[in-house]
Design a protein around this ligand. Structure first.
Ligand code: GDP
Ligand code: MG
Length: 690
């Protein structure tokens, strides 16, 4: 097998931004100019290619990250479109995991908004080199320099403007390319779709500004790149190639963020953005090789991006297609594989067959016979592989670091209307869960209800809409409820003896546990402290299982218990009377009885909140937040807006959008995301428990 395109000519990139900054519009333009599509869609009338689910078209937002690829210059660019709403951060997180570089899109008016900050920091965490595109330069109030300033202040990055805008607002015409010292103009009367553009000399009145910006660009590069500093200090003219190479080096080391501008909607600035992807963003060999653990030796291992290395890939997304077939998206980190080949999934210790491999383009696909290092593709036939699993060569097993999933913090109850609906519901929920690892389904044995757990109200609303519209299921939906948890605050020793005669048999088990709270976020730890064989070894896992069973239903209200450490400190068994199951039941009872005495408390999800409001509504909004048990952390102003940062219990935030609208004549807005779990104040706890 030989790859068609050198690895150096592959770019795996994502487009990230605050909702409404223009990701989908920009992606659409990229598809159009690269010849991938022949008709441009518009968000506003719901005809874009990337937002292919009906719901996404209706909501005008991107929910599932669809992937697509384009050819530009000599490069193959894989693009993953990522959603902007926090309820879907899992989508952003998993895309960032498999990408090598990203474009951050900012609105020329709004600049760096809270959500872009969140995503930016996610990208910092994964060391993803980025370029920035300041979009919407045609809008009233668009200000390129102000956005650059915000990038410095908010993102603590070093923006490197490689363009400056020509004209502003409705008179925005194009950009000056500071590298090549030329103006690029898109003339609407020649080609309203923007395919045709011309290079012209820099307009006379901009020469001073261009000189200043170019000088600053060279200085910044000299500061971060030693090789370039030598050239620069010699004072000789720097060639275009030298400049591009220096910017590329600095971008790959995440020392600078090359910054461009344009207007996706008005079809200006997209072709130079594509050039910048090719010139500055990394190819697979430009990023550090992927690390993983050998499941047999438990040693760290590295896989270099090389087609002749053993195959390794990460499954990062699962979709069920319209014909009910499971599609697994994966990124190949090393080696290659053929359609029909068997690959190994070390997490489930089983082999799976790559039945049909395809490059995806929104909802259509191109079938291929083989995949190589660096490719992002989907395959059919992987029955048991889950999101975050590794696929590899069975003779060279490796587990790449899995994707972290956030815990769902909110739930709603759904009830099928008829028996037929009930059957359809179970199948549909299984499907949605397979696709979306941040979504969980549990049944409440007491009420016989089905509970859906998710990341926020919007997340669950969209799932209910899918159940009704896509799956045609009649359901009744309850009010959203907070996913509380329980923990303990005291330590205790607890012994339990289990002795029972049943049908002529005697059953016996005896267990002593020491139960103690542990630090928030530590989850559950089980330690066997037995010195001898008071309890036979084969029963120990049953003791642990008994404790875990009890933890799923807490002792206060029945929410799951978390952050507890349990030591097995004593016990005894009797020959022919003891068994694993008896020990499991006994440990379960020991734990529940013990935990009741450990002063159990309720934990609630706390959200971090940011409200943006015109000055005059500040007082009312702060008053409203105080009533909701919010802690205001910071109030700062930006132009004539006030920005409030606070933490607030999720339980207090239902219906907040309506309140905020009426408190601000519809002019304030907010974003909210999960921060941590914290103890419910005693007076509030009393009202929840009663
Ligand atoms: P996304 O949420 O980031 O995917 O943003 P969209 O691409 O869906 O765009 C959000 C809104 O902004 C839509 O109404 C677009 O028409 C509009 N929009 C996108 N790009 C521009 C632009 O360059 N200028 C102006 N004026 N509006 C734009
Ligand atoms: Mg979008």
């Amino acid at each position: 097998m030989v790859r068609k395109l050198p690895l150096k000519q592959i770019r795996n990139i994502g487009i990230m931004a605050h909702i409404d900054a223009g990701k989908t519009t920009t992606t659409e333009r990229i598809l159009f100019y690269s010849g991938r599509i022949h008709r441009m869609g518009e968000i506003d009338n719901g005809t874009t290619q990337m937002d292919y689910l009906v719901l996404e078209r209706e909501h005008g937002i991107t929910i599932t990250s669809a992937s697509t690829q384009v050819r530009w210059k000599n490069c193959h660019i894989n693009i993953i479109d990522t959603p902007g709403h926090v309820d879907f951060t899992i989508e952003v997180e998993r895309s960032i995991r498999v990408l090598d570089g990203a474009i951050a899109i900012f609105c020329g008016v709004g600049g760096v908004e809270p959500q872009s900050e969140t995503v930016w920091h996610q990208a910092d965490y994964y060391h993803v080199p980025r370029i920035a595109f300041v979009n919407k330069m045609d809008r009233i109030g668009a200000d390129f320099n102000a956005v650059i300033q915000m990038m410095k202040n908010r993102l603590h990055t070093r923006p490197l403007p490689i363009q400056i805008p020509i004209g502003a607002e409705s008179n925005f015409q194009g950009v000056v390319d500071l590298i090549r010292e030329k103006a690029i103009i898109w003339n609407d009367s020649i080609d309203p779709l923007g395919s045709i553009f011309e290079y012209i000399p820099i307009p006379e009145e901009m020469r001073g500004e261009v000189k200043e910006f170019r000088e600053r660009m060279l200085e910044t590069l000299a500061e971060v790149d030693d090789d370039f500093a030598v050239l620069y200090l010699e004072g000789k003219p720097v060639s275009e190639d030298q400049l591009v190479e220096a910017i590329r080096r600095a971008t790959l080391k995440i020392q600078v963020t090359p910054t461009l501008c344009g207007s996706a909607l008005k079809n200006k600035g997209i072709q130079p953005l594509l050039d910048a992807i090719v010139d500055f963003l990394p190819s697979p060999p430009d990023v550090p090789p992927i690390e993983g653990t050998n499941p047999e030796t438990e040693e760290k291992e590295i896989r270099y991006p090389d087609d002749s290395a053993p195959f390794s890939a990460l499954a990062f997304k699962i979709l069920i297609d319209s014909q009910n077939r499971k599609m697994t998206f994966f990124r190949v980190y090393s080696g290659s594989a053929k359609a029909g080949q068997v690959v190994y999934n070390p997490s489930i210790e089983s082999s799976e067959k790559l039945q049909k491999i395809a490059f995806m383009h929104a909802d259509s696909q191109t079938i291929v016979d083989e995949v190589y290092t660096g490719d992002i593709v989907s395959a059919y036939g992987l029955r048991n592989t889950k999101t975050g699993d590794t696929l590899c060569d069975i003779d060279h097993p490796i587990i790449l670091e899995p994707i972290q999933f956030p815990e769902p913090v909110i739930s709603i109850a759904v009830e099928p209307v008829s028996k037929i609906d009930e059957e359809k519901l179970n199948i549909a929920l299984q499907r949605i869960m397979e696709e979306d690892p941040s979504f969980l389904v549990k049944s409440d044995p007491e009420t016989n209800q089905t509970l859906l757990y998710g990341m926020g109200e919007l997340h669950l609303n969209i799932i209910c809409e899918r159940l009704r519209d896509d799956f045609k299921i009649n359901i009744n939906v309850g009010k959203p409820m907070v996913a509380y948890r329980e923990t303990i605050t005291l330590s205790i020793g607890q012994e339990e003896k289990f002795e029972m005669k049943l049908g002529g048999n005697t059953y016996f088990a005896n267990v002593s546990l020491h139960i103690e709270p542990q630090e928030a976020g530590r989850g559950f730890t089980f330690v066997n402290k037995l010195k001898g064989r008071e309890i036979p070894d084969e029963y120990i896992p049953y003791v642990e299982k008994g404790v875990i069973d009890s933890m799923s239903c807490g002792v206060l209200v029945g929410f799951p218990l978390v952050d507890i450490k349990v030591h097995l400190i004593g016990g005894s068994a009797k020959v022919e009377q003891s068994s694993g199951e008896v020990f499991q039941a006994c440990a379960s009872r020991a734990f529940t009885n013990g935990a009741r005495k450990c002063n159990p408390v309720l934990l609630e999800p706390i959200m971090s909140l940011e409200v943006v409001t015109p000055e005059e509504f500040l007082g009312d909004i702060i008053g409203g937040l105080n009533q909701r048990r919010a802690k205001v952390l910071e109030i700062r102003h930006r132009q004539n807006l006030q920005i409030i940062r606070a933490t607030v219990p999720l339980s207090q935030m239902f219906g907040y959008s309506t309140d905020l609208r009426s408190n601000s004549q519809g002019r304030a807005s907010f974003t909210m995301q999960f921060s941590h779990y914290s103890q419910v104040p005693p007076e509030v706890q009393a009202s929840i428990i009663q």
